[in-house]
Design a protein around this ligand. Structure first.
Ligand SMILES: Nc1ncnc2c1ncn2[C@@H]1O[C@H](COP(=O)(O)OP(=O)(O)OP(=O)(O)O)[C@@H](O)[C@H]1O
Ligand SMILES: O=C(O)c1ccc[n+]([C@@H]2O[C@H](COP(=O)([O-])O)[C@@H](O)[C@H]2O)c1
Length: 214
């Protein structure tokens, strides 16, 4: 059965592509450091899931972010626990721990190669914020990666919506929250209530995370 997939005002998947896709499981992957996970992650995952009619969204924490030199992160087990807390109330959300289990630098090409080999019945949609799109040319084996997964771009305030790579752009209410801003707030003793799910805030408080940064 041909499925009509309307993604946003001006992007539409062709009916041939939709037919082919509808025969496979369709899973969105939201890769991230999740240091910590916040409401913008949840909103973008939910919107992409609903707008593209995906079967589920897997939140995929990195073990070591590929640009680790530039990005200090707390231990992976804390980030995994926070993601689990953040997604626990949504049945369409799941966690993919393949990068945590593999260890080392979490290059997306390695991950998607592994996932597509393990699950040939699945079509993957790799979700990225608009802030990452400009950086795609620097990703490890990016040309091959675009053959393994369909990238989905999310508009983010202040970032362009163009790329030389094939992206599906999805309109999501823009939420100007980042993990960096939350870490800064917590280290200054400011509240992050409503910016992260309650369960994540409780975990951060219980474990005393981000208090001594900067
Ligand atoms: N407010 C946002 N709007 C749109 N996309 C976002 C937003 N916050 C994060 N993303 C996207 O979510 C994915 C995972 O992000 P990540 O875990 O690095 O969070 P972050 O808030 O960007 O973190 P940091 O501030 O530490 O860089 C990335 O593709 C990122 O671009
Ligand atoms: O593979 C790469 O070269 C690459 C470079 C930058 C980012 N990524 C992936 O993009 C996702 C978001 O990264 P980050 O650093 O914003 O958390 C995460 O899954 C990273 O592994 C991947």
């Amino acid at each position: 059965m041909t499925r009509s997939v309307k993604t946003m005002d001006h992007t539409q998947i062709s009916s041939e592509m939709a037919t082919e896709l509808s025969e496979k499981k369709r899973i969105g992957i939201l890769g991230g450091t999740f240091n910590p996970p916040h409401i913008a992650h949840l909103v973008m995952a939910d919107q992409v899931c609903q707008q593209l009619g995906l079967d589920k969204i897997c939140f995929m924490p990195t073990y070591l972010p590929p640009h680790a030199d530039e990005k200090k992160t707390i231990a992976a087990h804390h980030r995994v626990r926070m993601v689990e807390e953040a997604i626990k109330e949504n049945q369409m959300f799941d966690i993919e721990k393949i990068e945590i289990e593999r260890g080392g630098k979490s290059y997306t090409f390695d991950t998607m190669k592994q996932l597509t080999q393990l699950h040939p019945d699945t079509e993957y949609y790799f979700i990225i914020g608009g802030d990452m799109v400009n950086d795609l040319p620097n990703w490890y084996r990016i040309d091959e990666l675009t053959n393994l997964t369909q990238f989905v771009g999310i508009r983010r305030p202040g970032f362009p919506v163009e790329s030389r790579y094939p992206l599906l752009w999805v309109d999501v209410p823009q939420i100007d929250v980042s993990s960096t801003s939350l870490r800064n707030k917590i280290s200054r003793g400011c509240t992050v209530q409503y910016l992260v799910p309650d369960a994540v805030m409780q975990y951060i408080n219980r474990e005393g995370l981000y208090k001594n940064e900067n």
